[in-house]
Design a protein around this ligand. Structure first.
Ligand code: ZN
Length: 317
């Protein structure tokens, strides 16, 4: 059986119409697409898999790799899932994303045959004045919500939030949301690609077509309460960004040397969001730079990280 050494992953790319070029120009992403809206950095999803770039399993998709090293390498917290539990992306929103909502597990498993989607965003960078929509400004009724969609006035009742670098948004399934133009984020989410589009700014694609909306389903799954207040992200070398029943996400800022610990409960994903460094393990090392995605199989071990860098560390809860 191949060893449990950490590996680097290369992403699947998506060129959705709202994407930009910053993942190529600033995050060292190499691909032939003119624009890169998303890179799926930790993905075993059928719509786009990450691929191992080094070690014994070089060239394998994340799904093949997990089969090769055994499912135990996902950790005991993943035993309750039928699928790989997380999906981690970088997202470069040059234009506005549609206003959308994701279903819960129970709704999605019944209607879509996959998990629902709770997600979180860490803002890597944004343009001056960039903003996004996060839930409603107040409690609304289903009728108000439905009428606002019909009349093209949905954004009047949505909570528009100005963003800055380092902000964190936790988005439970059912939260109506939209990433705004000029925002670059790292997204950690349940492994699901089910999105119900509610409003798309009446945009047309290059062939003059509107993208489909999914209003009926969205009405069934949306949370109609006022959105919660957002806490400020604390400073610090090791900061908890989000913890929920699905994942725990921390931001590590390394200035010299630090230790990352793995255990049997979960694999560890390290997304390099700034700087560069080296991860040292028992019999080798991996050097990394901004934009790299590292995967450490579940095991009882400690790893030394040296360098000047910022990492987003995700584990399965
Ligand atoms: Zn979303």
């Amino acid at each position: 059986m191949p060893n449990l050494n950490p590996v680097k992953l290369s992403p699947a790319f998506k060129d959705y119409l709202w994407g930009g070029v910053r993942l190529k120009s600033e995050f060292n992403k190499q691909c032939d697409l003119d624009r890169v809206a998303e890179s799926w950095e930790l993905s075993a999803h059928k719509d786009g898999q990450s691929v191992v770039t080094d070690g014994d399993c070089k060239g394998m998709t994340l799904t093949e790799y997990v089969e090769a090293i055994s499912r135990d390498a996902l950790g005991t917290n993943s035993a309750k899932y039928d699928y790989f539990p997380l999906l981690i992306k970088l997202i470069d929103a040059k234009g506005d994303l549609s206003v959308q909502v994701h279903p819960s597990d129970s709704y999605a498993l019944e209607h879509e045959g996959e998990y629902g989607k709770t997600e979180m965003w860490y803002v890597l960078d944004c343009d001056e004045g960039a903003a996004l929509y996060y839930g409603f400004t107040r409690d609304v009724t289903r009728e108000e919500y439905e009428n606002a969609i019909k009349e093209g006035k949905l954004t009047d009742i949505l909570n528009r939030v100005d963003v800055k670098r380092g902000d964190v948004f936790f988005i439970p399934s059912g939260t109506v949301h939209a990433i705004g133009a000029g925002i670059l984020i790292c997204e950690i989410q349940q492994n699901s690609n089910t999105t119900y589009r509610v409003y798309d700014y009446n945009r047309r694609d290059k062939d003059g077509n509107l993208r489909p909306l999914h209003v009926a389903k969205a009405l069934e799954v949306s949370c109609l309460q006022k959105s919660p207040d957002l806490p400020a992200t604390p400073d610090g070398a090791d900061v908890l960004l989000a913890a929920c029943e699905y994942f725990e996400v921390r931001r590590l800022r390394v200035n010299g040397e630090t230790t990352v610990t793995a255990d049997e409960s979960s694999f560890v994903s390290l997304m390099v969001t700034d700087g560069e460094g080296t991860l040292t393990y028992a019999d080798g090392e991996l050097s990394f730079t901004k934009g790299d995605s590292l995967f450490i199989p579940a095991q009882n071990a400690a790893f030394t990280i040296t360098g000047q860098c910022e990492l987003i560390q995700s584990k399965v809860n």
